[in-house]
Design a protein around this ligand. Structure first.
Ligand code: NAI
Length: 300
């Protein structure tokens, strides 16, 4: 699966997962805009050298790349990142939203700055870079957007209210981009990776040795490729194990007389999935409305 002639933007690719994605796609012939602010894990500081180092690595491999150190966390930064790719290579085929920071704290102690900074980089950053990229892709009727969510956002994680909420928000953004991009050859998907990087140093235990960032990048390459057959999907990707994370709903019940008591008395059936209780996986709000309409009319 080659990427010759394709232009790829990878945010936060000066290290960790982003660097690994950049090398994987460059090896397959893509031209890469390596974006990285070059700051520390909590988002402070910055240096253009992080992005430049990865560009140097790609060039040493015989690939093509350009460096950019704008922040994803402002509308101007997002515009500048996409413009840098257009200036360097003339188009944008793939965007990987990967930049990220952490400001962990128990929810009751989290201050407004910690909330703002994390939402700004992960969630608003997703908007600020995807929007100008989406416009270019829409115009050229082709594009692939891969956003990086997290098990923290999908399933929850102690001490990461800011990060989990931002990562879950990216899934909402992904699903709407998938719908709005469908007529324009744009596919938008998300990955929830687990990999050994500076973000996870010391917390992966015995599994760390099996969770190289390089085991995540092939999935990104698939989702970034012309052959990608899915849109609006979310995948857990860790150490070569890949699984789809579903946004599903149970069959549910139609309460003949809806009341708080009826909810209490029917909760098991409302909550239960599997075992003969058909689950639904709507891929758009409109599909959920059809499911609700059918349930209500069957109950009449
Ligand atoms: P990392 O810290 O090595 O990479 C994140 C990169 O984003 C850094 O190079 C950083 O300088 C850059 N960055 C931060 N703020 C930026 C900004 N405003 N503009 C541009 N670049 C910025 O960590 P890692 O693990 O490689 O993280 C990559 C992505 O994967 C992140 O979105 C992270 O939340 C996500 N992720 C990672 C997991 C893991 O197990 N490592 C688990 C789940 C999600």
């Amino acid at each position: 699966m080659r990427f010759d002639g394709r232009v790829v933007i990878i945010t936060g690719s000066g290290g960790g997962l982003g660097r690994s994605h950049a090398l994987e796609l460059a090896r397959r012939g893509a031209k890469i805009l390596v974006n990285d602010l070059g700051g520390s894990l909590d988002g402070s500081g910055g240096s253009a050298s992080a992005a430049q180092r990865v560009v140097d690595e790609i060039i040493a491999l015989g690939g093509e790349a350009a460096a950019n150190s704008d922040s994803v966390a402002t509308p101007e930064g997002g515009e500048a990142i996409v413009q840098a790719a257009v200036d360097a290579f003339g188009r944008v085929d793939v965007l990987v939203n990967n930049a990220g920071i952490l400001r962990d704290k128990a929810f009751h102690k989290m201050d407004a700055t910690m909330i703002d900074l994390v939402l700004d980089v992960h969630l608003k950053g997703g908007f600020y870079v995807s929007q100008p990229a989406f416009r270019v892709m829409r115009e050229q009727k082709y594009g692939r957007i891969i956003s990086t969510t997290s098990a923290s956002g999908m399933f929850g994680n102690f001490g990461q209210a800011n990060y989990g909420a931002a990562k879950a928000g990216l899934v909402g953004l992904t699903r709407v981009m998938a719908l709005e991009g469908a007529d324009y050859g744009i596919k938008a998907n998300a990955i929830a990776p687990i990999a050994l990087t500076r973000m996870t140093e010391g917390i992966l235990g015995d599994l760390a040795g099996r969770l190289a960032p390089e085991s995540v990048s092939p999935m990104v390459a698939y989702l970034a490729h012309e052959d990608c057959a899915v849109t609006g999907h979310v995948y857990s990707v860790a150490g070569g194990r890949i699984a789809r994370i579903l946004v599903a709903e149970t069959q549910g019940v139609v309460l003949p007389s809806v009341s708080a008591e009826a909810v209490r008395d029917n909760l098991t059936e409302i909550d239960q999935s599997g075992d003969g209780h058909a689950d639904y996986e709507p891929l758009a709000l409109s599909e959920e409305v059809v499911i609700v309409a059918k349930a209500l009319s069957n109950a009449v």
